[in-house]
Design a protein around this ligand. Structure first.
Ligand code: PLP
Length: 426
């Protein structure tokens, strides 16, 4: 049928009647019968697997930041426009009628583009037909990979501090988490501690490099050490490489999958979010050996069916970017790293200089607050700058109480405004 269905445009009035947060339809007034029903004991509807979930502190701080009109250096998303050529590619894909379900594991031409990029950048031969699953961002890539490979009772090793999603991901799998400490100022790990963390129950280790929140870029020697332990203990290495192109000082990122013996053991998770400044597009991918990909694709199919079709088409354009695009990204973020470091140091913070990703961990001990959460509340309410309390990256709040993380994926003027406010506040 060539004729499109003629659907009426929603009227402005109808649009304004949609329930939004704070709207009486979405939030029944407290004291009403439905509110009483909603908020009294309904624990039978709370699954055991979510019982221990806590609300993301990052989101809580973002809300507080909005309330106080603070400069938001908490959540890691750009406040500058996405690249014009990508926005055009997305608009073109929608106009060209790429608007229906994709093949669940990804638009073929997008998978081809991903395979071409890994060949060009890392000399990896990835079979787009059997080794790539396109997913809704790294977030889905990580949980789908874990659900596909980890059984209840399996152990999974995680470096601490860690990106906050890994903990609930492992809870959803029923896995038990083994933590290995990254120690400041360089956020290195003790090899013996890592060796001891491996056991006959170890199914996988999660490695995030370049690392959020520490800015650590694991070296080739460290990655080889981790790889050898995986081989020795017959374990997988699930890598979150979302900051692969955001590296500084001439360093380069080494994917674990390129280490001899790891081609079949590495599960590589990545996405368009950070490299192409489109965190809201929700397009990512998982690269893994065909047998692992088989299971990952099944989980992905039942979780989400597929990532947005037109945005996968735009992704073909994105992944064809040349080396100059990625160099520019590093140089731009390198300048912003310096801008924020200067601002923070001038305000009295001790900064741990990141080698990759776009966050600066700071030590706040000398400011004399009870803990990181108190400090960040004060920062938002009195300085007008939002950041993330360090404890949200640790298993126990006391381990993170001296740290606060700032992000610098923002316009230079945003970073300058934040620096000015910080200097006035302390
Ligand atoms: N992994 C890490 C380490 C991150 O820092 C983030 C976002 O901040 C994500 C994954 C989320 O990635 P995506 O937008 O692809 O779901």
């Amino acid at each position: 049928m060539s004729q499109s269905l003629s659907l009426p445009r929603p009227s402005a009035q109808a649009a304004s009647q949609r329930p939004v947060s704070g709207d009486p339809i979405a939030d029944p007034p407290s004291g009403s019968e439905s509110a009483v029903r909603a908020y009294s004991d309904r624990s039978q509807f709370r699954s055991a697997r979510t019982a221990e979930f806590t609300e993301s502190v990052i989101r809580e701080m973002s809300r507080l930041a909005m309330k106080h009109n603070a400069v938001n250096l908490a959540q890691g998303f750009p406040d500058f426009p996405a690249p014009a050529f990508l926005k055009q590619a997305a608009a073109d894909a929608i106009a060209a009628e790429f608007n229906q379900y994709p093949i669940t594991w990804g638009v073929p031409a997008f998978r081809d583009a991903i395979a071409r990029k890994y060949k060009a950048v890392y000399d990896l031969d990835i079979d787009p037909a059997r080794e790539i699953t396109v997913v809704c961002g790294s977030t889905e890539g990580m949980i789908a990979s874990l659900l596909a490979t980890v059984n209840e009772g399996d152990e999974v090793i995680v470096f601490e501090p860690y990106y906050e999603n890994y903990h609930p991901d492992l809870q959803l799998c029923g896995a038990s988490r083994k933590l290995v400490t990254l120690t400041p100022p360089d956020w290195t790990f003790d090899r013996e501690e890592l060796r001891r963390a491996f056991s006959s129950k170890t199914k996988a280790i999660i490695l995030n490099t370049p690392n959020n929140p520490t800015g650590r870029l694991f070296t080739r020697v460290e990655i080889e050490f981790i790889a050898n332990l995986c081989i020795e203990h017959d374990a997988l290495c699930i890598t979150d490489e979302i900051y692969e192109h955001i590296v500084y000082d001439g360093n380069i990122h080494v994917p674990v999958m390129t280490i001899p013996g790891m081609r079949e053991r590495a599960v590589l998770v990545n996405s368009m979010s950070k490299t192409y400044s489109v965190t809201g597009w929700r397009v990512g991918w998982v690269l893994a050996a065909p047998d692992l990909t088989d299971s990952i694709r099944k989980v992905h199919d039942f979780l989400t069916v597929g990532a947005a079709t037109p945005l996968q088409h735009a992704g073909i354009t994105a992944l064809a970017a040349d080396a100059a695009f990625y160099n520019h990204l590093s140089i731009e973020y390198g300048a912003r790293r310096q801008l924020l470091t200067d601002g923070l140091e001038a305000a009295g913070f001790e900064c741990f200089r990141p080698r990759g990703a776009y966050y600066i961990m700071t030590n706040i001990e000398k400011f004399g607050f009870a803990n990181d959460v108190e400090f960040v509340r004060h920062l938002i309410e009195h300085a007008g700058v939002a950041a993330v309390p360090g404890s949200s990256f640790f298993s126990r709040p006391e381990l993170g109480k001296n740290y606060v993380r700032f992000c610098f994926c923002k316009k230079p003027e945003t970073l300058a405004a934040a620096s000015e406010r910080l200097q006035k506040a302390f």
